[in-house]
Design a binder for this molecule. Sequence first.
Ligand code: SD4
Length: 331
Amino acid sequence: MKRRNFLKNSTMGTAGLISTPILASLDKDRSNPLTDAQSLIKPFPIVICTWNFANATAKAWEVLNAGGNSLDAVEQGVMIEEADVDNQTVGKGGRPDRDGNVTLDACIMDKNGNCGAVVYLQNITHAVSVARKVMEKTPHVMLAGKGAEQFAYANGFAKEDLLTEKSKKEWLEWKKTSQYKPIINIENHDTIGMLAIDKNGDISGACTTSGMAYKYGGRIGDSPIIGAGLFVDNEVGGATATGVGEEVVRTVGSFLIVELMRQGKSPQQACEEGVRRIMAKNKDRKDFQIGFIAINKKGETGSYCVHPGFSYNMISDQGQVNQPSESYIKP
Ligand code: SD4
C-alpha cells in the first residue's frame, strides 16, 4: 500500500499519539534514523483491540516485534485481560451469572480461516487458549461447558476459582433485587476483541469475555460465535465486536463487516453500516451499546458504536493510541 493512502485512510493521526518505551526501543534498532519520519510508516505490523486495553495491545506488539505471528500475538494480547482481576468482563474476576457462576466465552481465528471456540467454560482463566487448542487439536470448532472444561484439564490447564471477592460481593448485592435487565451499562464494557496483522501481512483475531453480568445460566453471547463476535478473512480483513451480544448475533455483525469490506467499503464505512443494520432492527430501543472495530488487508482501520464512549487501542510503527470511536447516537 502506498504510504500516502495509509496516512489518508488511517484513523490514527498524530493527535493523541503516545510514544511508548516499545517504540523507543524500535527506534534504537533502526538502521535508517528518523531523518524522514514518513519512511518509517508501514501499514503493518499493527494491532487493534476494543476499548483502551493498552497493556494487551503492547503485549501483542511485543510478540509481533519479536517476529511472532498474528495468531500468537492476539492470543497473548487478550490473555493479559483474562488474567486481570480488575477487568470484570473478561476471564478471572469476571462478573458471574445470576446463579453466581463465572462462565467464559472465547474464540480465535487464524489466517487460514481455522477457528476454535469455547462457550460456558468454568474454572479456567485463559479461555482463549482453550479455544486455540480446540482449533489445533480437535476436528471441531466449538466446545461447551463441562466438555470444554474436561478438554482443558486434559491439555494441562489448571483449575481456578474465577469468582473474586469483589465480583461475589457485587453479585450478592444484585441478588437483593435480582432485577435482570439485559442491558450492558454503556459505561461498563470490557470485553476484548483483538485483530492483528503480522509482518507477513497475515491477519488473526481473538475475542474473550465473561459475558453479560447476571445473565441467565447457560446464556451465550456473540463473543465466541465465529461471524458474530469475531471474523477474519485473510484476503479481506477482520472485525470484532463488544456490547450486547444478542444484537450482534442477530446481524452476524463481524462477518457482515468483513463482507462489506470485501465489496469495497473501508473498515470505517463497514463498521458504520454494521451498526446501522442493528439500529434498523431496533427502531424503539436505543438503551444498549455495541462497538465494532475492523481492519483491512492494507492495515486501514475503523470503528463505530451506538453510544458515545467507545474507543479502540491501536499500536503500530507509528505509536500507540487510544482512538475514540464515532457513534450512531451523537453526543
Ligand atoms: C456478550 N458481547 O456476552 C459480550 C459482552 C460485552 O463488554 O461485550 N461486554 O454479549
